[in-house]
Ligand binder design. Structure first.
Ligand code: DQA
Length: 145
């Protein structure tokens, strides 16, 4: 199986950014864990981080003939990017939206996701393990196809 993992804006600063909310784990450490789990399950992962909306959309377009699943933490774009939402619905690839924190329990503007409706699942509040759960979910749902 071939999955892409997309980390949105400011997630490159994980480890030092708002550690009381996001914890001390760095993006490199998360990526290392994800690659390990992927290789144990014969999943090919391509991992991408960007602080730019257009770059995220371009990456989705560029990978659309390769990827069989998308795991995306759109970060702040979650709450207002109709362009990323449209990119996901344009490519017709099962997509899981993930968040480290529990967005339902945070400020009102974070409780709304404009991305959720075009995803097969939203996983939020499990720290870096939200990504892990997303890989597991996509893996088992594609196996069951
Ligand atoms: C986040 C939650 C978003 O509201 C926030 O803008 C982020 C990270 C999370 O993983 O918990 O940057 O997506």
């Amino acid at each position: 199986m071939k999955f892409i993992v997309i980390h949105g804006p400011n997630l490159n600063l994980l480890g030092t950014r708002e550690v009381e909310i996001y914890g001390k784990i760095t993006l490199n450490e998360i990526n290392k864990q994800l690659k390990k789990i992927a290789s144990e399950n014969e999943i090919d992962l391509r991992i991408f981080q960007s602080n730019g909306e257009g770059e995220i959309i371009d990456f989705i377009h560029a990978q659309r003939n390769w990827a069989e699943g998308i795991i995306i933490n759109p970060a702040a774009y979650t709450h207002y990017s109709y362009a990323i939402r449209d990119a996901i619905s344009s490519v017709d690839i099962p997509t899981v939206e993930v968040h480290l924190s529990d967005i339902k329990k945070r400020e009102p503007f974070r409780r709304k996701s404009v991305i959720k409706a075009v995803c097969v699942k939203q996983i939020s509040g499990l720290g870096w393990k939200s990504y892990l759960e997303a890989i597991r979910f996509l893996h088992s749902s594609l196996l069951a196809r």
